[in-house]
Each structure stands twice: as C-alpha cells, then as structure tokens.
Design a protein around this ligand. Structure first.
Ligand SMILES: Cc1ncc(COP(=O)(O)O)c(C=O)c1O
Length: 457
C-alpha cells in the first residue's frame, strides 16, 4: 500500500465519543482519598473544586464510551482531525528499517494537545453556569489552550503560571492575554499558598504543584469559580482519548498497527490519550503492543519515584492520589520542558506501569534537544521540548531496529510546537544548556514527606 506522508481523516470520521480506559482495566487504580477523613473521596467531595459533570467523569470507571457534546465537537472541528504523519525523512536520516509515525497535535494556537481537554472543561463549566475558572500552567500550553476555550465560551479565566516559564516565555503570557486571561506568575503573593511558599524560599522558581495550590485556593475562595487541571486527572485522559481513537482509525485505514506506542509523560494526559485504544487491545488480549512513557531525567516520577498516596499540589490542599510521585514538595530544576516538571503522574498510567503494562525511560535534556533539532531538520516542525522527549524515545527504538534489522512500526505523540521555547533552543545551540539529575538524597527528602494513609500503603 502506498502510505502518504500525511493522513488527515475527514471531519465525519472524527470520533463522536471519548473512550474511558478504566472500563477495561482488570484492576482499578486505588481510589482518590479525602485528606480530611482519609476515606475514599466521593463525587460530591469534588464539587467545591470541580464542576459537577467533570467530577462525575472523574469518578466514572464504568462507562466505556462517553458521548462528546455537539458544542465540543463543533470546536474540535476547527483544528481536528489532526494528521497522522509518516516520518519518512527521519527514517531515512536514521537509516532504520522501522516505520515511524507520529500524531501531530500542535496545529492550533495553543500549540499543543491541551486544547482537547480545555474545550471540554470550559464547556461543562459554562453549562453549569459558573462565572469564572482558574488553572495553573507550566510550559504555558495548557494556559493558552484554556484561555482559547474560555474566550470561546465567554468565561473569565485566571492562570497561575510557573514562574520559571513566565520568565523564560514572556510571549506565552502575551498570547493568553490576547484571549483575555489574567496571568499571574506563581508562586505569587495573591494567595495564602503562594505567600507561604515565598516565605520559605523568596527565589522559588515555582512548580506545577505550587501553581495548582494557588489556583485551587482562588477557586474555592471565589463565588461561582471552579478549578480546572490540564493533566493527571482521569477526566483529562478521557478527553485526550480522541488522539488515540483518531490514530487508530487512521492506522487501520493504512493497514498498519503499532508495535510500540511512545509518548512524553508530564502528568500523563497525552500518552494516556494516545495509547488508550491500543491499551484496550492489550487488556482484552487482541494485540500486544509495547507502551513507553518518556520523562525528563530531572523529574523522573515513573523511573525513580515511589508508588504511594500523595497530594497533587505542593500546598497539600487536593485529595490524595495513589500514583508514582517524587513527593509533593519536590521542586524540579528549571528544566526547559516546563510541562514535564510535575512531581506526580496520572493514577491510571501509574497503575498500568505498576502492573507491567507500560515501560518508562528518562532522558537528559541536551540529548532531547539533539533529537528535537534533528527532527526539525527532517520534518520541518519545530517540536516543543516536552514532545521532543517522545521523539528521542522513538529515535532510540528506531535505532534498535537498525541494529536488529526489524521493521517495527512505531507510533509516537508529537504533542506540540516549540516556537515559544527559543531561549531553550538557543541555550542548546550555544552549549549553555545544563543537565540536572536529582541525587538520591534530593529524592529522599521528597519521599520522607509523603503522607501516611492508614491501611493503604
Ligand atoms: C507540548 C506538551 N506536551 C506534553 C505535555 C505534558 O503533559 P501530559 O503528560 O499531560 O501530556 C505538556 C504539558 O504542558 C505540553 O505542553
């Protein structure tokens, strides 16, 4: 079969339902715990923080397919279906017999896959009659995506942006402002959580964990306001399943099926979404692909973290989730892949990894930028630093194929573009990009502060 460079599904081939991977998991992730009672959280516990429909999706482990409301489909159609690309030039550059495909999610103003969940979350907030939303953003892609979605549904938005990214990427803030979002560098003095963090460390460059604490505080102290999160949560993985569903349809059209599915993993949403229908096949015994999560060596939650109950934020205000974690107090070094600087990991991915359904690797950022630069030259897309972790993962697997002579089919998620990451690309090119790897002692401090959950650890 003649495989085109890019395959775009037609609008009517776009999925009309999201796929809820939990419905097919043999064992469920451990339940979220209410830190006040140390009992499993119930849907109503989440209402003060999340809007109701999303709290319901968060807790729903049974409904296999969930209809995507028409209003959401209408906005999806502005930039979806996204293309499935055969990386012919990259294959040639590597001299590999492997067939490399990537699903490109950077083709919208937010520059990433984050818009898939932002639209859903803004829609449900509007439907409930909420009057404002808050969120955190690391790299800025999630904040931008949510700003776009909130502008579309006319909901005011406050974004707490990790200070390291706020300083590295001033134009990210400018884009969010175009969509009328208020952007605050986190930690900030606008919340108690922020003030506490600054009192301990006035030069704190922030982390997703800090920014989440600030955004949650703002939500629960503001009438008609709720908090939305761009990763980690079950509901976000659900929304991102559209990436995998489209990929599977497109690959079927080409007569292809991946031997290996690779994604970068910050909180786990793009990988969770990309792999969902393929993982379904594995869980149901219909196929046996490998899944590889790629994380930065500076924030190695899967590869060096503990599988334990932990808070999702630094201020310890959220419910406890059982996940691979470096400890909610862990502040990763200011790595350029801001979207991967999160101490924890999606409980769904954590469980699958723990049960041996998924592998994980961690790479240093200079190696990641080497791969990013090679990819840009071959494929004419300037990849986001986060996405470039998946590129390196795919390159490594393709090189193994070169050695073994196997023509494996590799699918990876190219989650976004890196046009706002030029400081990072410059640092890489002029040789000033450092590689930080936390010591065991650094990690031990995080593990020592993990909360105790009686009868659960
Ligand atoms: C471009 C891009 N890719 C990947 C990620 C990682 O998030 P997740 O693991 O939820 O997909 C981010 C997060 O901000 C991002 O901006």
């Amino acid at each position: 079969m003649n495989i085109p460079h890019r395959l775009y599904l037609t609008e009517d081939q776009m999925p009309k339902q999201w796929y809820n991977l939990r419905a097919d998991m043999k064992e469920q992730p451990d339940p979220m715990m209410n830190p006040g009672t140390m009992q499993p959280a119930v849907e109503e516990d989440l209402y003060p923080v999340f809007c109701k429909a999303l709290a319901h999706q968060e807790m729903d482990a049974e409904t296999r397919y969930i209809d995507i409301p028409d209003e959401i489909l209408d906005m999806y159609k502005i930039y979806r279906p996204s293309p499935l690309v055969r990386a012919y030039n990259l294959e040639k550059e590597l001299g590999t017999p492997a067939k490399i495909y990537y699903k490109f999610e950077g083709n919208n103003t937010s520059g990433s896959h984050k818009l898939n969940s932002a639209i859903a979350q803004a829609y449900y907030a509007k439907e409930q009659g909420l009057t404002s939303l808050t969120t955190e953003t690391g790299a800025g892609q999630w904040g931008t995506a949510l700003a776009e979605a909130c502008a579309y549904f006319h909901i005011p938005l406050t974004v707490f942006m990790v200070k390291a990214s706020y300083q590295q990427k001033p134009f990210r803030k400018a884009v969010m402002s175009v969509f009328d979002a208020q952007v605050i560098a986190s930690p900030s003095d606008t919340t108690q959580a922020g003030r506490k963090i600054l009192a301990n460390d006035p030069d704190c460059t922030g982390s997703l964990g800090c920014a989440i604490s600030e955004a949650v505080e703002k939500a629960v102290t503001t009438e008609g306001c709720r908090y939305v999160l761009g990763s980690v949560l079950n509901q976000v993985l659900l929304h991102q399943s559209i990436i995998g569903l489209e990929s599977k349809t497109a690959m079927e059209q080409l007569g292809e099926y991946p031997d290996i599915v690779i994604g970068c993993a910050g909180g786990g949403s793009n990988l969770g979404g990309l792999m969902a229908p393929f993982m379904q096949d594995k869980l149901l015994g219909r196929a046996d692909p490998r899944f590889i999560a790629v994380e930065p060596a500076s924030c190695p939650s899967l590869t060096r973290g503990r599988y334990a109950y932990d808070f999702c934020d630094t201020g310890k205000t959220t419910p406890l989730a059982k996940m691979y974690t470096l400890g909610s107090g862990f502040i990763p070094s200011p790595n350029h892949a801001g979207g991967l600087r999160y101490h924890g990991m999606s409980p769904i991915l954590s469980k699958l990894y723990h049960d041996g359904y998924m592998e994980a690797v961690a790479y240093e950022q200079t190696k990641v930028f080497e791969a990013a630069t090679m990819f840009a030259k071959c494929e004419t897309i300037l990849p986001a630093p986060e996405s470039s972790h998946a590129i390196l993962g795919a390159v490594e697997e393709a090189l193994k194929c070169k050695e073994s002579g196997e023509a494996k089919t590799i699918l990876f998620g190219l989650t976004g573009t890196g046009y706002f990451d030029m400081t990072a690309y410059d640092a890489f090119r002029n040789g000033t990009m450092p590689d930080y790897i936390p010591t065991d002692e650094d990690l031990r401090r995080g593990f020592d502060a993990l909360p105790q959950v009686p009868g659960r650890d």
